[in-house]
Design a protein. Structure first.
Length: 215
């Protein structure tokens, strides 16, 4: 006997599955515009990054830049000659030497009146001194003052530039004694008489240099 077929129950309908929602990143990330993406990275982004210099080696001296290098030692200054400042008289320049300061007969800047008073105070024939000439120049830098018979004779001392020598008296002599230094001149006339001429009467006398006088 055939059993009657039971009516087919319809299959339950399939419930569509929902895709799980992906949580969005909370960071406010915004894509740059399309134009900026085509343009490429900016100039600041293209700058190269420089590596940091290595740490210094212990015990090694730091390298100084060229500007901070120690300067080379300069040569010492040349020695200054033992001379006084150059004085100017009437456009002529005369160098005064300290080497004469220790001479017992050198009076330096003593003027004519003071020199005559000093010699008169000694009151000895042959007393003498040398001073700077009042009209000082390279041709007549000094004057020899000599006392004879209570009168002071002022004899010019000339400097001959060509021969670098000294001579006594005025120019124009044919045969005159010349000396390499004032010391040589004094030594010579201590043993040899010196001609003295009175400027007023033109009377001539002779005397030795016997008594040096200094201020």
């Amino acid at each position: 006997m055939k059993m009657p077929l039971s009516p087919r129950t319809p299959a339950p309908a399939q419930i569509p599955l929902k895709k799980p929602s992906i949580p969005r990143d909370k960071s406010n990330f915004v894509l740059p515009p399309l134009e900026d993406r085509k343009r490429g990275p900016s100039a600041e982004e293209k700058r190269p990054t420089f590596a940091k210099p290595p740490p210094p080696i212990p015990g090694a001296k730091p390298h100084l830049p060229a500007i901070l290098k120690e300067p080379k030692a300069s040569p010492p200054n040349p020695p200054i000659p033992d001379t006084k400042p150059v004085a100017s008289y009437g456009g002529m320049r005369v160098t005064r030497h300290n080497s004469l300061e220790d001479r017992e007969w050198f009076a330096g800047d003593c003027n004519r009146k003071t020199a005559e008073d000093l010699l008169q105070r000694i009151n000895k024939d042959g007393a003498f001194l040398i001073r700077y000439s009042s009209a000082q120049s390279t041709h007549q830098p000094y004057t020899l003052a000599v006392l004879y018979q209570q009168k002071v004779y002022n004899v010019p001392i000339r400097f001959l530039v060509e021969t670098k020598a000294y001579a006594l008296g005025k120019e124009g002599k044919k045969n005159e004694e010349t000396f390499n230094s004032l010391d040589e001149m004094i030594s010579y006339h201590k043993n040899n008489q010196l001609l003295l001429i009175d400027s007023r009467s033109q009377a001539k006398h002779t005397a030795h240099l016997t008594h040096p006088v200094c201020t």
